[in-house]
Write a protein of this length. Structure first.
Length: 316
């Protein structure tokens, strides 16, 4: 693979510059920006969409890597998470659809305002890939890279983990949420605290996004889901030992992006000399030399390098 990971970050810190940005409904979102000092209309800006209940700080080193390789970068937290957490989680209105249609939409608007004329690319981890299709401005996305992206349909979970995961995420999580008024994930060591509406979307065992509670509401209000607005060159990366991101789960989400040219790259940990990678490790700096260049090359060229590890899943 070409040596696209060699440039070292020029920042002393890896957090970028903090910002606040209101969503269309006035909710104030927090995040970070990595911005080069001189404007350049040809320099892409990348928005990173986090996984459900994962703070945007988890992606800071990857953002710094992209910045060092010539991109401007925006990371942010969805409402209720990290930099966008309110004083109290109880009663917070937030759903998966809100995270995409309001929060990600606000980042697309920010990118167009603060980086006028620059190409806009998106990296989406887990639900973050789904969020990329929920914005009304999806047509402005030039290139999209998703990692383990799906919307948690339980029958798609890896068979050896399915029933344990069903019990944890579809039974215990909503019960705890009902008792507490939100899901206290941080206290339990299960990711960040999570709003009730997001838990409701996650735990509903329906195979179609439009059958999830906030998906039904979106269909009622608009008559359709906005995924088909995305025409971006799309690379879906999945890891074979990711119990969420099975081939079936990735393909289920990709099916919604009907107008986007799509490539699904399936990687075995052994392809990069590892025993395991899983759902969350892709964005850890340990994979800067092996996995990050795959995403970088796609963002730079819209293609895979000839020696990219893994195999492409045939498109039907």
């Amino acid at each position: 693979m070409q040596d696209t990971q060699s440039r070292s970050p020029t920042l002393a810190a890896t957090q970028g510059e903090p910002f606040e940005e209101p969503a269309a409904d006035g909710y104030m979102l927090g995040g970070f920006t990595w911005c080069h000092s001189l404007p350049d209309a040809e320099r892409p800006v990348v928005i990173i969409n986090a996984a459900t209940s994962v703070r945007c700080r988890h992606y800071s080193r990857f953002a710094t890597y992209l910045f060092a390789n010539g991109f401007d970068v925006i990371t942010y937290d969805y409402r209720g998470i990290g930099e966008s957490r309110p004083a109290s989680m109880k009663g917070l209105k937030a759903s998966w659809t809100d995270w995409g249609a309001l929060d990600f939409e606000a980042m697309l608007k920010r990118a167009q305002r603060d980086f006028p004329g620059q190409p806009i690319d998106v990296v989406g981890h887990s639900f973050g890939g789904c969020a990329a299709g929920l914005s009304d401005s999806g047509q402005v996305i030039r290139r999209l890279v998703t990692v383990g992206a799906q919307f948690a349909y339980w029958r798609d979970y890896a068979p050896e983990h399915r029933w344990r995961m069903f019990g944890k995420w579809h039974l215990l999580m909503p019960l705890v949420t009902l008792f507490c008024g939100y899901f206290p994930g941080k206290r339990l060591g299960w990711l960040e605290d999570t709003p009730t509406g997001v838990v409701r979307d996650w735990s509903t065992p329906a195979p179609r996004f439009e059958e999830r509670p906030s998906g039904r509401a979106l269909m009622k209000n608009k008559g359709a889901l906005p995924f088909d607005k995305v025409c971006a060159q799309t690379l879906a990366i999945s890891i074979s030992d990711d119990p969420y991101g099975t081939t079936a789960a990735i393909e289920r989400l990709l099916g919604y992006f009907s107008n986007a040219p799509k490539t699904h790259l399936r990687i075995e940990p052994q392809d990069i000399g590892e025993q395991q990678v899983g759902h969350f490790a892709f964005f850890r700096s340990a994979y800067q030399a092996t996995l990050w260049p795959i995403a970088l090359t796609w963002l730079q060229t819209g293609e895979l390098a000839p020696d990219t590890p893994g195999r492409q899943i045939p498109r039907s």
